[in-house]
Design a protein around this ligand. Structure first.
Ligand code: SF4
Ligand code: SF4
Length: 128
């Protein structure tokens, strides 16, 4: 990951078009594990806007404080974290036909290194 969308999301749709890597799914998508509730960031796709912008563009666009928060980096160090989240319905990580579930060990993603792990663990608000 990544950033994560919380249940404070009001489904306004302002974030998704801002994402440079199309990592955000609408509340109506059947690929969204929170379908019918809120928008969703695919952790296997989000790059925290690294190489695209100085800060997460989704959070800059979002009108609702607390609805876009930090999550753990999408790296092998957090493989088990994402496996658990995928099993309990927090995430719905894409399953590739030959590679299987696209976990960090298959493809890790970029993340902003100066965000502390304590902030990520606590799902702190992405303040921009
Ligand atoms: S942080 Fe950037 S890459 Fe990640 S979901 Fe938001 S806009 Fe997309
Ligand atoms: S911009 Fe914020 S409130 Fe609007 S859909 Fe995205 S996360 Fe939800």
């Amino acid at each position: 990951m990544a950033v994560m969308i919380t249940d404070l999301c009001i489904n306004c749709g302002d974030c998704a078009p801002e994402c440079p890597v199309a990592a955000i799914l609408e509340d109506t998508s059947d690929k969204n594990p929170h379908e019918g509730e809120r928008f969703y960031v695919k952790p296997e796709t989000c790059v925290e806007c690294v190489s695209h912008a100085d800060e997460p563009r989704c959070a800059r666009a979002c009108p609702t404080e607390g609805s876009i928060v930090w999550d753990m980096p999408y790296t092998t160090e957090f493989e088990e974290y994402f496996v658990t989240g995928n099993n309990n319905g927090t995430y719905k990580i894409r399953e590739h036909k030959s590679k299987g579930i696209m976990l960090p060990s298959i493809k890790a993603q970029a993340f902003i290194s100066d965000i502390g792990m304590d902030v990520r663990q606590a799902h702190g608000n992405v303040a921009v």
